[in-house]
Design a protein around this ligand. Sequence first.
Ligand code: TMP
Length: 214
Amino acid sequence: MNGIFLTLEGGEGCGKSTQLERVAEALRTRTGREVVTARSPGGTAVAEKIRAILKTREPGEDLLPETELMLFGACHAQMCEHMIRPALTRGAVVISDRFTDSTLVYQGCARHIAPETVARVNEFVCRGTRPDLVLVLDIPVELGLRRTTGRSGGNTQNDRFDSESAAFHTAVRNGFLELARREPGRFAVIDASPSPEQVTQSILEAIYARLAIL
Ligand code: TMP
């Protein structure tokens, strides 16, 4: 049986992490297949160390967009080799909370690195491993930011991404919608404003409609 690679993408506070576990559990029950969950940046020992550098503000020395691109690329190389490809080879379903489409949107659209450069880095680090289906959880920026602010007890200052401007987060939202518009066969946009139960249902329907997963 062939492995299947799914990703959950979207802006801050769209509920990806909650949905990752809910969708993984539903797929295990319904298909009986091995389902492996991952998150980017992170998921392997080295990638988790790189995550700490990427997420935390270093007083007096912010990361350049180029540095971010290289570090996310390094994470994705480690994830592909040590986690995603072995699982796909076993025939598992892999679901990742973010992957290289986040790099296209955050480092490309929001940090203004040329899209061709980001795409080349993504191809280089993944060696042909790419998601079969990208589920974009879409919510208005203000709602997403209210959720992340609530989660962090009102203090998002230490997180290099959560603390970005509304313009940055709007560029991220528009970036994901534009990717989905360009590649409708490989992307599904899910309205992430309703209850978690309803969002899980919409995600599962999109997966069953598009992939021979059962
Ligand atoms: P999260 O795990 O809480 O979503 O945090 C990861 C942050 O990293 C999130 O703000 C998006 C950002 N990110 C990028 O900028 N580029 C990438 O390639 C990935 C995977 C994440």
